[in-house]
Ligand binder design. Structure first.
Ligand SMILES: C[S@@+](CC[C@H](N)C(=O)[O-])C[C@H]1O[C@@H](n2cnc3c(N)ncnc32)[C@H](O)[C@@H]1O
Length: 286
């Protein structure tokens, strides 16, 4: 394609428009006519037809996704992250890599343990892990605590942990309904850990767990929970939680947020694998 003088003069504007709002799957950006003219010149009319329909469909999809999310918020609906969906998903999941497929590197994993988990873990703690999966973090927690309760919505995950960690006196297992912690006594827990779990739990069920944590945590206890901070992703794969809503729910449950962060280590060189996620550290107000 040869550029005319007129095209050349408008090129910076074209580039700005294209880059500002047009990253592949997005709806058509502002200044669409100019962008479309360029695309027609470079392709052909049939291609352009498909392209315009694709972008229009993206816009319609964004609109309805937004409406669905708003209704979830207004009516405390779980959206696609239902408890039954999680139970089925994680029961059918191929656990042959023990969840280590979500570990970006050995160095990252060590930093989570040394710089996030260990400094927050009280000594001699009665700990609770929500959603241990195949025990990726359980194996780090177990040698560092006095006792550990593992609660997961998937019976398969609990079986895997039982096979891996056995049935020692200091270990107990619980298949949960996805938002309560039956059998965990009031005021019995010093430390709560949950990583890569609340990403999949609907805000309404996170609210349930927070009420339960307020019940089971003793004064001075610490909870470390990794969750979406940005309202999750379109199509709902990540739950619609935000950092602000999570903090509000902690407070509503009668607890206090100590801090929220997404990076750690010297010069903040480590971060959560999904951009937009957050770790909230919180505990009882007293
Ligand atoms: C992505 S895996 C992460 C497992 C483990 N925490 C890890 O980091 O390797 C998600 C885990 O959360 C569990 N889970 C999902 N929804 C849950 C819920 N509502 N309550 C408890 N566990 C849940 C799943 O069964 C699965 O074991």
């Amino acid at each position: 394609m040869t550029m005319t003088d007129r095209d050349a003069r408008s090129a910076p504007e074209l580039a700005r428009t294209a880059v500002a709002g047009d990253s592949g799957r997005e709806a058509l950006p502002a200044g669409a006519v100019r962008v479309l003219r360029d695309r027609l010149k470079a392709n052909d009319p049939v291609w352009l037809g498909y392209h315009v329909l694709d972008r229009a469909a993206a816009k319609v999809s964004q609109f309805f996704d937004g409406r669905a999310r708003a209704r979830e918020r207004a009516r405390d609906l779980p959206g696609v992250n239902t408890r039954e969906y999680n139970r089925l998903l994680w029961t059918a999941y191929d656990w042959s890599h023990d969840g280590e497929e979500w570990t970006p590197s050995v160095e990252w994993r060590e930093s989570v343990v040394a710089e996030v988990l260990a400094p927050l873990l009280p000594s001699d703690a009665h700990a609770l892990e929500i959603g241990p999966g195949a025990g990726r973090w359980t194996r780090e927690l177990l040698p560092r605590v006095r006792s550990l309760s593992l609660a997961d919505i998937s019976e398969r995950a609990i079986e895997l942990c039982q096979e891996r960690f056995g049935r020692g006196e200091n270990l107990s297992y619980l298949v949960t309904d996805g938002n309560t912690l039956p059998g965990i006594a009031d005021g019995s827990i010093d430390f709560v850990w949950s990583f890569d779990v609340f990403l999949h739990i609907a805000p309404v069920d996170q609210k349930g767990y927070l009420r339960e944590l307020a019940r089971v945590m003793r004064p001075g206890a610490v909870a470390v929970v990794h969750h979406p901070g940005d309202g999750g992703s379109a199509e709902g794969w990540r739950s619609a939680m935000t950092a602000e809503l999570f903090a509000e729910l902690v407070t509503e449950s009668g607890m206090r947020v100590h801090r929220q962060f997404a990076r750690w280590g010297e010069g903040n060189r480590f971060s959560l694998p999904n951009p937009g996620d957050v770790i909230t550290v919180f505990g009882p107000s007293r």
